[in-house]
Design a protein around this ligand. Sequence first.
Ligand code: NAP
Length: 310
Amino acid sequence: MAGVIYPRMAVIGCGLIGSSVIRAAREAGIVGEVAVADASAAHRARIVELGYADQVTGDIAQAVAGADLVVLAVPVLAMGEASQAAAAALKPGATVTDVGSVKGSVAEALSRNLPEIVFAIPGHPIAGTEQSGPDAGFSELFQKRWVILTPQARTDDAYLEAVQKLADFWTAIGANVERMDPGHHDLVLAVTSHLPHLIAYNIVGTAADMEEVTQAEVMKYSAGGFRDFTRIAASDPTMWRDIFVANKDAVLEILGRFTEDLQALSRAIRWGEADKLFELFTRTREIRRGIIAAGQESAEPNFGRDHGKH
Ligand code: NAP
């Protein structure tokens, strides 16, 4: 056991990810006191009922006061406002991190809003589900998942130590930690997560709008592939709206590539180029096998739930 790493942790935004961080950190015994600030009165009441925080408030400044670790777990476009609300109340030497799915814009907001006396270390756990809210969290969520930290360009010892301590925190709750440049993170995630979600939202929307196929048929025959898209397309609208707004450039770049490839596929189908289709489907099958071999497949039967990764 790692022992207490942060005597007081404040989590701002206690939904799926925020509540999972608390549950996992408590279970691992790596935090002392836990304070939560959440904008939703209903969520605050539920967190009090669930009893996993020592202090629950609507006031961000109150929650972060005296905290050694502050985890911003609000939607991406709310990170600026949340970090601003925290800034004046932060303890010197505190670490402020986030879990946002986009890193470039969040890293900029943290650099802009937070004082030099704290260590701002943006981060993103590549773990999640399509559920949201404080009831959706669970302590095993981060096990064997990657957490990407995008530290600032600071090279002073105190900052490097703070980064290592945060990496130790994530390791203690079962995650693997990688450091990355924020821009590169956003490009990688545009391919592995953001574009797949966009495709799922689009295909489910297309099916819903089709007049020749009834809604009853769409649901009845969904096992033919559509069902997996509907799970992804059930992801939180606020979270995903924010991701596409905040990661516009990388998503558009990858979408351009995707559209070209789709045109090529469409041409291969039109001209009956069966070999081209077969060659692509063989290559993509290998990628799936590689994901399974790396232990990163989306369904983990041992946890009994779906783990989409955003
Ligand atoms: P969630 O379940 O909806 O939780 C977010 C919580 O923050 C909600 O209780 C929300 O209240 C509250 N909130 C919103 N704006 C706030 C503000 N300005 N101040 C204080 N509280 C605020 O969302 P989540 O899925 O945990 O996602 C949180 C973050 O994690 C996002 O940045 C997302 O990109 C990232 N992330 C998500 C996943 C995933 O799979 N879900 C995976 C990795 C990373 P209301 O409901 O009233 O708005």
